[in-house]
Design a protein around this ligand. Structure first.
Ligand code: URP
Ligand code: ZN
Ligand code: ZN
Length: 453
């Protein structure tokens, strides 16, 4: 079994930073502590002046999802390669429920797609149609480690919309069975009213995407979902929260767990006026500077619990066509740049690096039942580790990306890419270079007790 000793690093835990060594044996962390001994069979990596993070979790990716005329850009192989290069060793992706499929069938299909993943992975199960037969499948799926179920309060035209009543009945089953409900929270009626007069313009200007999806839609949906969560005592995870008003509303409810994404922390709606403005079309849309500031505050107060990317990129040619704004494929990439860019931001802003570990590691691991194996560094946890040189911040990293995408939203931002990454003890990034590696594996979620928090 391989033995690797990471010597003299600064280890970032969710609650503290410690100067200690880490001994990896096989796939696990065997010991942490000062001055650990190494025998001749041990590979020693000098981590002096380096930060060591747990392998990060991106709990919101969409690898190769079917859209109107094809698939979103990354599949599990290319997307997971990009993830590892950026320090993400576990992704949680979503199933796709085709017409006439059972939830079990949709999960099996997604496992088949995910066989190529080089990161470890877990799955959220999309429920994009409502019927009793589907709901009856939940207890068995939960026992297989599929803990989280995502529904949409919008996308009626794509046949994915569920009413609040339908969502409530799913929440009830999940509360009873120890599952977790996740919601794309934009109210369908608000969107319909806002969009109707704009859609008829058939303009290609992407700023209309933002105008057609106001923050009021987020507020209205969160209000309804908060009531459901607190009445039923079922935690509800709000994915990709984008606005100050949405966050303010979510804070009023005990049972809501809030995720935001790098794009809502780092980019504002002014980008829609750029020449490449269509590339930033994603839902919910990018907001205003005041929203960004409120979300950064929300990270610090704990009101925002996790950051995930909503990774769903497209090529320039797919999004830059001169087509009406409402027809631009929705979604942006982020799995490769999330940690490098956020780490740089945290250091520039003087923020606590343990907070970054909670947002990208221990919180998603706890919420999605992947702890204690994932999300933090401890004896017996999986040897998923990221070593970075905090002085290696650069704005010139674009040519080094391994993603097959031909555009990146964060070009020009400072970023600190990992020097080394280990995934279950395997050295998958060495001196910044991706190494050939074995495939990742499915990590079943174990029902955590999320209520009361
Ligand atoms: O526009 C987005 N975010 N596309 C990905 C699917 C979703 O709604 O999360
Ligand atoms: Zn969504
Ligand atoms: Zn998404």
């Amino acid at each position: 079994m391989n033995r690797i000793l990471l010597r003299n690093g600064k280890v970032i835990h969710p609650d503290r930073v410690a100067d200690e060594d880490i001994l990896i044996i096989g796939e696990r962390i065997s010991r942490l502590g000062p001055n650990l001994p190494a025998d001749e069979s041990t590979i020693v990596l000098d981590c002096r002046d380096r930060l060591i993070f747990p392998g990060l979790i991106d709990a919101h990716t969409h690898m190769g999802v079917p859209i109107k005329d094809g698939f979103s850009l990354d599949d599990f192989l290319t997307g997971s390669r990009a993830a590892l290069h950026g320090g993400v060793t576990t992704i949680i992706d979503f199933t796709v429920l085709n017409d006439d499929q059972t939830l079990h069938e949709s999960v099996l299909d997604r496992h088949a797609n995910a066989r190529e993943a080089l990161t470890d992975y877990a799955l959220h199960c999309n429920i994009t149609r409502f019927d009793e037969q589907l709901i009856s499948e939940l207890p068995d799926l939960i026992s297989q480690g599929i803990l989280s179920y995502k529904v949409f309060t919008t996308y009626e035209e794509a046949g994915m919309y569920l009413t609040y009543e339908q969502i409530r009945s799913i929440a009830q089953v999940l509360a009873d069975e120890g599952g977790l409900l996740m919601v794309h929270a934009e109210d369908n009626d608000v969107l319909r009213n806002a969009a109707r007069p704009l859609f008829s313009k058939r303009t290609a200007e992407p700023i209309y995407h933002a105008l057609s999806r106001p923050d009021e839609a987020e507020v209205r949906a969160i209000e309804q979902l908060g009531r459901i969560a607190d009445e039923i005592r079922c935690p509800i995870y709000i994915v990709h929260l984008s606005s100050a008003r949405g966050l303010e509303c979510a804070r009023r409810f005990e049972g809501l767990l809030v995720e935001t994404c790098p794009q809502y922390l780092l980019l504002d709606e002014e980008v829609y006026h750029r020449e490449d403005g269509r590339m930033f079309v994603t839902s919910p849309p990018l907001r205003k500077i005041e929203d960004l500031n409120a979300l950064w505050q929300g990270l610090e107060t704990g009101a925002v619990r996790t950051i995930g990317t909503d990774h769903c990129p497209f090529m320039l040619a797919d999004k830059q066509q001169n087509i009406p704004f409402q027809d631009i494929p929705n979604g942006m990439g982020g799995v490769e740049t999330m940690f490098p860019v956020l780490l740089s931001q945290f250091l520039e802003r003087g923020l606590d690096l343990s907070l970054l570990v909670r947002l990208l590691g221990s919180n998603p691991a706890e919420i999605f039942g992947l702890a204690p194996g994932k999300g933090s560094l401890a004896e017996a946890s999986d040897a998923d580790l990221v070593v970075v040189d905090p002085t290696s911040s650069s704005r010139d990293w674009l040519p080094d990306l391994v993603s097959i995408a031909d555009w990146n939203a964060y070009a020009g931002f400072s970023a600190i890419f990992p020097e080394h990454v280990f995934r279950r003890g395997e050295w998958v990034v060495k001196n910044g270079q991706l190494q050939p590696s074995r495939p990742g594996k499915f990590i079943p979620g174990k029902a955590p007790n999320l209520w009361p928090r």
